[in-house]
Design a protein around this ligand. Sequence first.
Ligand code: FRU
Length: 607
Amino acid sequence: MPLIISAGVLLSSAPMAADGNDLNIQYLSDHNILVRTSANNEKYILLPVQESAPMAHIRVLSDGKLSELVNIPLAESKIDYYVPLTLADRDGSNIVLDIRCNNNRADLRDLTEAIWTREIKLSDTFDTSNREMFRPLFHHTPEYGWMNDPNGMFYKDGVWHLAFQWNPYGSKWENLAWGHSTSEDLINWHAESPVLYRDDLGMVFSGSAVVDKVNTAGFGKDAVVALFTSADASQTQSLAYSTDNGYTYTRFEGNPVIAYHRESRDPNMFWDESGKRWVLMLASALDGEMLIFTSPDLKEWTLQSKFGRDYGAHEGVWECPDLLKLPVLKNGIPTGRDKWVLICNINPGGPFGGSAAQYFVGDFDGNKFVAESAPEVTKWMDYGKDFYAAVSFSNAPEGRHPVIGWMSNWQYANDVPTLQYRSANTIVRDLSLFEFNGETYLASVPAQEMDSVRGKAIKGRTGKLNGKGIKYTLPKENSGICEIAFDVEISGGATVEAVLSNSKGEKVTMTLNAGDDTFSMDRRASGITDFSEHFPAVTTAPAYNGTGRYCVRLFIDRSSIEAFDASGRFAMTNLVFPNEAYDTLTISAPDGNATLHRMNIYPILIK
Ligand code: FRU
């Protein structure tokens, strides 16, 4: 594809490519370039990205009108990957990219030598086939680009919808839009077209979606209504609705529907059946409190109360709230009692640094949430480093309360060693409550759908454990991707170690300590850890067990380990980047006093 380079040519006399299919580049100055095309046969302009390059600010003009604003670190000396800018969906056929580069170059020559000016190209296709050794098998990831929080999640007509904070133009946080995936089983996710891109009110930050069953908003019965944060100079809350089950959304002309005087974001709504109105939680991020609004129609919102100033952890901003009514179970059986749980994600200030999800148990009367524990009590949904922005799916069937988290940590999310995409979601967990020593806690159990992807169990040796331990081989043919379920009885306050390792000497050590009733995971020698000083870590969870008999489930998927007590009393999610898959599990009791009753290793197989 010939490029016409016309340095110094005046805008008005710019030559265009003869066949209308080429890119024409004009250098206006040492920090400003125009790229023009009137291609109507090709679908994309492929833009070369170098993640370490300075940010270029691009105004996409379509027939002279501003169509999109994007920020991309265009490649200067090496190309990490390409990102596609879609031409087809724009109103108009003359597309101009008005590119402003950070003006830290010495002169025009630096700009003309930037590799992107030679490698930018038109294309009819954009290859999304996987190039990443760390891409998980059974966790949701975007096909390409950056992902953070799960957004606008709902269930309808047999389909689970998961939108997510997405950068269509690179694998670091920028240009936030809502990507979209769907699933029929909460495990196999299909990439759908993105649902919301930035508009005049700003980027599209996190939010939620509900099914408006009785047409309170007037967009139609069963319309899907989403509320999200429009983030620009201010953070305001905007509404969009969908009349095709959440595949496409239309923005409401009355946006924003909430403009609070302080930085506030991540609206999360639900229908309050007893009050017959909508309830919305909004994070007043800097004040460290959650605002509770109500509405008859999803458009007019009234602030009713605030929660949290003096409660729980406050080292960071409060974000991504959720409020749920959950059953209290005893030994897995409903007690007939319910309590309310307010989920409050915080960054930083997590138990092991960076971001994490705390929660409060209490009561909600339709206007106000009251916590039942003392203000200084802090409870965490997951005691790993990589579980954030967790919120629930609305309209879930069968009384379920499934949640999904973003499987990363703001301390290093932008630096993890992947390029084509960055970040996965956790597996889905179903929530309920249990009581232990006078407090009520969240139980997080892997969604039952996870059972259906278990391959044939490899039943491992059991019996008394000693310091040497028993070794098991993980399913090599399946790249070590598996669930490990074991059941161990520990007496006399002893400890049991479960170590995942590979032939490179990389390992993750998990310890059950019956003395202090904890489960911990040490990933300091897990593989690639040097991309952030915050990555090597040991995380420890209270096991809330008290019996000395532990049933543990571990889910291993190339670059993550999620550990659960089988009844959900603890959950721990940690990323790992081994240079080769872990192929061995060694389980031992350094000072004896432990008996292994069950060891099942299930290769995880995806259709
Ligand atoms: C949480 C968060 C949200 C915000 C979004 C922006 O991870 O900071 O508060 O809406 O990410 O991407």
